[in-house]
Design a protein around this ligand. Structure first.
Ligand SMILES: [Zn+2]
Length: 267
């Protein structure tokens, strides 16, 4: 692993420490993240079965900030009282809402169910004033329409692993979204992501690993971890013609403001 001594304060705005190889190799991965300068990791639950474990990670680690939600990939597996369970956890703990969203890249899906599940959780985020983390694939226009029609709307929203067009960046910013950038920008063939990340307003910019998936170029795609966040920051700095350490610090500040009140509150 390369040393990036210029990074002493990174925030990973989105990851899944409960998934893949991280599930059984977490202590070592957390140690590597801390050694790489990652001071806060925002870990998202994606379905009812992982909520208790993810919640526990946040309770036992001051540098893990938790969000809980029902991801569009898992809507078919939800229980009848999933929303009641989610609301009781949200009411009892300082957590964000996520990962939730719309995914029109899924072959088998029910758009109405996806939207109902998404909007119920957006409503929860608005009522409890929690930051919300949104996943979106091939549904950006629909997402913008749905959010535009919401009242009230969550005060803090982020589009994670942004895969939309550069033209949609200002549209989502106007709706109140932060935009989180992942290692997709390290792939030269991904011109869309490399262009879009240059359009994000400085105060709305976040960086994330989305680990254990979407590893930087040159690393096993499913073996991503927060310690690789410096790869994202360095590429983002190059694309935006910015100085890496300053960019990292700004993204960390943005993330702390975004997740204010979540976790133990001492990050
Ligand atoms: Zn995710």
């Amino acid at each position: 692993m390369p040393a990036y001594p210029e990074f002493s304060d990174l925030v990973d705005a989105h990851c899944h420490l409960q998934d893949g190889f991280l599930r059984t190799a977490l202590p070592a991965a957390l140690a590597r993240a801390r050694a790489a300068g990652v001071r806060l990791m925002c870990c998202n639950g994606t379905h009812e079965r992982d909520w208790p474990y993810v919640l526990g990670l946040g309770l036992s680690n001051a540098d893990i900030c938790v969000s809980l939600g029902l991801h569009p990939w898992y809507v078919d597996f939800r229980s009848t009282d999933w929303l009641v369970r989610l609301e009781s956890l949200v009411a009892a703990h300082p957590v964000g809402i996520g990962e939730i969203g719309l995914d029109n890249a899924l072959d088998q899906r029910n758009d109405q169910v996806q939207e109902d599940v998404f909007l119920a959780q957006m409503d929860l985020a608005a009522r409890y004033d929690r930051p919300v983390t949104v996943h979106c694939r091939k549904a950006f226009g629909r997402l913008a329409d749905l959010v535009r029609s919401m009242s009230p709307r969550p005060r803090r929203m982020m589009l994670h692993a942004y895969a939309g067009s550069h033209e949609m960046v200002p549209v989502f910013e106007k709706l109140g979204f932060h935009i989180s950038i992942c290692a997709s920008i390290t792939r030269p063939a991904n011109a869309k992501a490399r262009l879009a990340c240059q359009r994000v307003a400085p105060e709305r910019l976040l960086v994330e690993s989305d680990s254990p998936a979407i590893a930087p170029l040159g690393i096993d795609f499913e073996r991503n971890e927060p310690a690789y966040l410096p790869y994202v920051v360095r590429e983002l700095a190059t694309l935006r013609s910015e100085e890496p350490a300053g960019l990292a610090l700004r993204c960390a500040t943005n993330a702390r403001l975004f997740f204010a009140g979540c976790g133990r509150g001492n990050f």
